[in-house]
Design a protein around this ligand. Structure first.
Ligand code: HEC
Length: 383
């Protein structure tokens, strides 16, 4: 028997909290070194959350082991207070030690870097994605390729072929781990450099990370028709009837971004969604974003050249995750437009529910994004 996905997620959340709290205490006692503007991680290892995620059997062993350790300390306390029972308490402790299915401790941790838990100061802004793209084209493209697949012009001459940045690699690592590797480079087991370090500023590297994640999302949408990992709405300023505001301030509502300038019927307001027109053409929606950076960032996220953007629509859930893509020319919404789904949820949705929804299909989609929230992860930890 192993733990179900919800139990594993709860365990990882608890471990993550324990790890973070321990680290904050060390920081409060002055036992961490500040570097790159944030307190560093003082250990060479961290909990291997992604291993536990993939091995629910080991998660179960870990839970049993933690329970056994708790019991052992209880037995220790009893033995200290209750001298005469020491003999049989020791017997119970030995039996517990022998019978507990201990996990493989060495697999529960993995090597990491001093910036492991550094947080990006960016908050995934459209401007940082666009800035990151410039840095990428100047410094990374020659090896990793214009589309991030690792087929840049210099790649064939390298000792090791660069990995594709569009697979699951980026999500297996913590942001701070990628930051460190891009800054300091990578070596193989013999200490030979495989990727050179860079002299980029901290800000340039955080921008690069926003860009490579956005590019990976766009490439995955192109190739598989879906986003494997949840993508947030890139933040930018927009103008609304009440004045200018940030897209991120609309969190808590279902947000629709309508790329203007396309052929076909003009999008109108919809009471189920908060609608923002993106592009130069005026549209009679709740807000408008005539913001070149937002347009470019959305082109990267959708994996299309900017001239193909008009007519696209995107819908984000109340937590700010992009979930639905409407393609130009499509007259109706269908559940195939749900490009970011909860793993394991079937598509198309329950036919009985689909039948009950009105003709435009949007009700069924809204029901699904409300009832099937997505859980982003970094390095196996809940993000
Ligand atoms: C000289 C070629 C070259 C350049 C330039 C280069 N890379 Fe790499 N990159 C590689 C190779 C080769 C690897 C695989 C190294 C390994 O696994 O030991 C790699 C690995 C990576 C990884 C995966 C790291 C991991 O945790 O496994 C990321 C992310 C990455 N590169 C991003 C970048 C970014 C961003 C830039 C631009 C600042 C860049 N690279 C510049 C060759 C290069």
């Amino acid at each position: 028997m192993s733990l179900g996905p919800d139990a594993v997620n709860a365990l990882l959340w608890l471990l993550h909290q324990a790890q973070q709290t321990g680290w904050q205490w060390l920081d409060a006692w002055g036992l961490t070194q500040p570097l790159h503007g944030q307190p560093g991680w003082p250990f060479a290892h961290r909990l291997a959350a992604e291993y536990l995620l993939n091995e629910p059997g080991q998660s179960r062993r870990l839970v049993l082991a933690l329970a056994a350790l708790l019991l052992l300390s209880l037995l220790g306390a009893l033995a200290w207070r209750w001298r005469r029972a020491r003999g049989w308490l020791a017997g119970v402790a030995l039996a517990l030690l022998a019978l507990t299915p201990w996990p493989e401790w060495r697999l529960l941790v993995r090597p990491t870097v001093p910036t492991a838990f550094h947080q990006s100061p960016n908050g995934f802004r459209a401007s940082s994605i666009v800035q990151g793209q410039r840095t990428y084209l100047a410094h990374c493209q020659r090896c990793h390729g214009a589309d991030g697949r690792g087929e840049g012009p210099d790649a064939p001459g390298l000792a090791m072929w660069p990995p594709t940045l569009n697979g699951s690699l980026l999500w297996k690592r913590l942001d701070g781990e990628l930051f460190w590797r891009i800054r300091h480079g990578l070596q193989d087991r013999h200490g030979q450099s495989t990727m050179p370090g860079s002299r980029l500023s901290d800000q340039q590297i955080w921008d690069l990370l926003d860009f490579v994640r956005a590019q990976a999302a766009g490439q995955s949408l192109r190739q598989t028709g879906g986003w494997m990992h949840p993508v947030p709405v890139p933040d930018a300023s927009i103008s609304c009837h009440q004045g200018s505001r940030q897209l991120s301030s609309l969190r808590g509502q279902r947000l629709r971004l309508v790329l203007t300038g396309g052929q076909g019927p003009v999008a109108t307001e919809d009471p189920r969604l908060f609608s923002v027109a993106v592009g130069q053409d005026a549209a009679d929606l709740d807000c408008q974003a005539d913001n070149e950076e937002l347009t470019q960032a959305l082109a990267i996220l959708l994996g299309v050249p900017p001239q193909e953007l008009p007519g696209h629509q995107l819908i984000a859930d109340k937590f700010g995750w992009l979930r639905v893509r409407g393609q130009p020319g499509a007259a109706q919404w269908s559940e195939d437009d749900l490009v970011c789904r909860t793993p394991g949820m079937p598509n198309p949705g329950n036919p009985a529910q689909a039948q009950a929804s009105p003709a435009d299909g949007l009700d069924a989609i809204i029901r699904r994004i409300d009832s099937e929230p997505v859980r982003p992860q970094r390095g196996g930890f809940p993000h």
